[in-house]
Design a protein around this ligand. Sequence first.
Ligand SMILES: Cc1cc2nc3c(=O)[nH]c(=O)nc-3n(C[C@H](O)[C@H](O)[C@H](O)COP(=O)(O)O)c2cc1C
Length: 183
Amino acid sequence: MTTIGIYYGSSTGYTEEVAKLIQQECERLQLGSTTLLNVYDHDLRDMEAYDKLILGVPTWNIGEMQEDWDKRLAQFAKLDLQGKHVALFGLGDEIGYPDTYQDALGMLAQHVRARGAILVGYWTTTGYTFAASLAVEGDHFVGLALDDITAPHLTEARITQWVQQVAAEFGMTPPAPVSTVST
Ligand SMILES: Cc1cc2nc3c(=O)[nH]c(=O)nc-3n(C[C@H](O)[C@H](O)[C@H](O)COP(=O)(O)O)c2cc1C
């Protein structure tokens, strides 16, 4: 069975809640076995053992990485993620911090690429209103950008669509639905 590690950092709980929703969506689609891990108290060396990775980071302090991720970056820099599929999601506030929206998502993407991983899960910038972001390449974010401060009503639908996209890019197809029609 394919194993998926969902690692996140979260200072005030928003990213943690989203990580749980993403895990629930993976389970609903029966995408292998998922494990939820907070980088605050989980060693990153175990990342290498998972078949696929989903990493979540909020941006803090005007364009900075969340503090638990920040403390783990030296350890992250020693990982071998060569050829591994990695999908990213970020939490931010596009109204409050329009010039540094999701910057930590962009920074994490650079760290992930430096380890040889293959980034999947790019997400369109259409429908967002920020001014500048390190997480944007062309007309896409380098992962799912969520704003539970000013646009929480969009989060669930974005997660549902993104997890389906990531499953396909991971090369995983959800099992066909079991027919409930009785004859
Ligand atoms: C002091 C402060 C600085 C912030 N800086 C940014 C920022 O530069 N860019 C951004 O997109 N969001 C920024 N945010 C918004 C957070 O990313 C947002 O509140 C997020 O949901 C926090 O996630 P967490 O609870 O998982 O830590 C900031 C929030 C605070 C309180």
